[in-house]
Design a protein around this ligand. Structure first.
Ligand code: SF4
Length: 325
């Protein structure tokens, strides 16, 4: 199956990104033909004022992907803005997309209501589902891994495809199916959403010392004031991290030891750090083995393949629109 998915380059990736997206991508690439792209134009839809160095951020994002196990031998990796056909198709699809479809998009309405620190009343933000459609259908993606919240976007993509086929009397795109992926949410170490801006995230590039310094001060069950106080792991973030990264035996030991006060929080956190280290250590090795030159070659190769596919598709699109018989 051909799968297309992208990620915005807005900063270092953390364990939440790994658990929510990258772990799934690593699995998907084993059995599927995957195209993973750095969505740098999408980053501008909400961060156009932030003066991001998108070039560097894009390279660092690819480095994080490779560290996490995305294999450039198996997957096609590229930067969205390197393939101008995304913009070309976006313009053409905008011509046929009714405004109402975009204005009714629940994610659009939610984000307008929630994001108060940025002005996102822009054409780019309203029409980003059209750009997403272009990103996907340009490569005939059969499936797109998404979380529950992105279902409306994929529905818009399918509707745009149907409208295009109807208007231009052709069948040139593949209607993308959703691949609903489990997106376990991992909260940050202060109990809020894990985010760089809250300073509560463990990054994929953190050293063991950095991980420990973050875990050491993380909140635990407030009932465990003294070492001898029994606790409730269900109200403790560290237990969530164990459930995400520790083996069954360790999870069991934490559950029992916490409730019986058989273990202390420092000991429990050390086990947690060791479990996280099992995930991060191989990432560190892969990160060190990939140079800037390697990333440039990976992108060049990925962009060559993506360009070939995209140009072929745009030929068919332009023929359907401009050579009406
Ligand atoms: Fe949390 Fe572990 Fe302490 Fe229990 S023992 S409160 S799970 S850190």
């Amino acid at each position: 199956m051909r799968i297309v998915s992208g990620m915005r380059p807005t900063g270092k990736l953390h364990l939440g990104h790994y658990l929510g997206v990258l772990k799934n991508w690593v699995e998907l690439q084993k059995e599927n033909e995957c195209f993973f792209f750095v969505a740098d134009w999408h980053a501008l839809s909400t961060s156009y004022e932030d003066k991001l160095n998108l070039k560097n951020l894009s390279i660092e994002l690819v480095r994080d992907w490779i560290a996490a196990g995305i294999d450039p031998q198996k997957s096609t990796i590229f930067i969205q803005s390197a393939i101008k056909e995304h913009a070309e198709l976006y313009v053409l699809l905008n011509m046929i997309t009714p405004l109402g479809w975009l204005e009714r998009n629940p994610t659009y309405k939610d984000q307008l209501a929630q994001i108060k620190n940025k002005d996102i009343h822009t054409a780019g933000f309203l029409t980003y589902p059209v750009l997403q459609t272009a990103d996907i259908v340009l490569y005939d993606a059969q499936a797109v891994p998404i979380g529950e919240d992105q279902k409306p976007h994929l529905e818009i993509a399918r509707e745009i495809v149907r409208r295009f086929h109807h208007l231009f009397e052709c069948e040139i795109f593949t209607e993308p199916k959703e691949l609903l992926s489990p997106t376990p949410r991992l909260l940050g170490l202060d109990g809020r959403k894990m985010s760089k801006s809250y300073n509560n995230a463990i990054f994929l590039s953190d050293t063991p010392e950095e991980v420990w310094s973050k875990l050491r001060v993380a909140k635990t069950d407030p009932q465990r004031v003294k070492r001898t106080d029994p606790g409730n792991p269900e109200v403790c973030l560290i237990y969530d991290y164990h459930k995400a990264f520790s083996d069954e035996e360790t999870i069991q030991k934490v559950e029992e030891g916490c409730r019986s006060a058989g273990i202390g929080c420092v000991e429990c956190k050390k086990w947690c750090a060791a479990s996280i280290e099992k995930v991060l250590e191989p990432m560190r090795e892969r990160r060190e083995s990939v140079s800037n030159e390697d990333i440039a070659i990976i992108l060049q190769k990925g962009e060559q393949k993506a360009k070939q596919e995209a140009a072929k598709k745009m030929q068919a699109v332009n023929k359907a629109i401009f050579e009406v018989s």
